[in-house]
Design a protein around this ligand. Structure first.
Ligand SMILES: [Ca+2]
Ligand SMILES: [Ca+2]
Ligand SMILES: [Ca+2]
Length: 165
């Protein structure tokens, strides 16, 4: 419903409407400096969500600032999966142009220098077969979204899918 409203209100050129209609899931991402760079959705090795001995930390989502001039604070940004599991960046984390952060599972100490934020949760969030990654601005508007399947998106089957360069 929201997409129809946006199209009716803002798109006047028929060509633009056709282009947006062809890729509705990704139309919103180009208004955002921060985008989903890629995801290691299947942590290497056998998966275990044991906080001490498991490999949840090896599952990560990379978020990058694609703006050439604007620094963006991650505080208040939200990521969500297809089933509604969510993580909110509650602490300030400045991403300068070209800077990135890896949002890892498991428990650890966030570090700007190491470009890492931990979900502080040892359960996996990105499914090994398929999932959808939603990324929201603090205002609630969508910054980016990408769906993947192991069979269709991950040609080399290494558990990683790239969304943006
Ligand atoms: Ca695995
Ligand atoms: Ca999931
Ligand atoms: Ca891959």
């Amino acid at each position: 419903m929201r997409m129809r409203h946006v199209l009716a209100a803002s798109a006047t050129a028929a060509g633009l409407i056709a282009a947006l209609a062809a890729a509705p899931a990704q139309a919103a991402e180009y208004t955002s400096a921060l985008k989903l760079k890629g995801v290691q959705y299947d942590a290497p090795g056998s998966d275990s969500n044991n906080c001490r001995t498991g490999n949840t930390k090896d599952e990560y989502l990379t978020i990058k600032n694609y703006s050439s001039s604007t620094t963006v604070n991650l505080k208040g940004y939200v990521v969500k999966d297809a089933t509604g599991n969510r993580f909110t960046f509650t602490a300030s984390h400045s991403l300068e142009p070209g800077d990135y952060v890896k949002l890892r599972g498991g428990k650890g100490t966030d570090s700007d220098a190491k470009n890492v934020v931990y979900r502080q949760n040892c359960n996996f969030i990105w499914n090994n077969d398929k999932d959808t990654i939603y990324f929201y601005k603090p205002s609630g508007s969508r910054a980016d979204v990408h769906a993947y399947t192991k069979s269709g998106s991950d040609r080399d089957r290494n558990g990683y899918v790239n969304f943006h360069g």
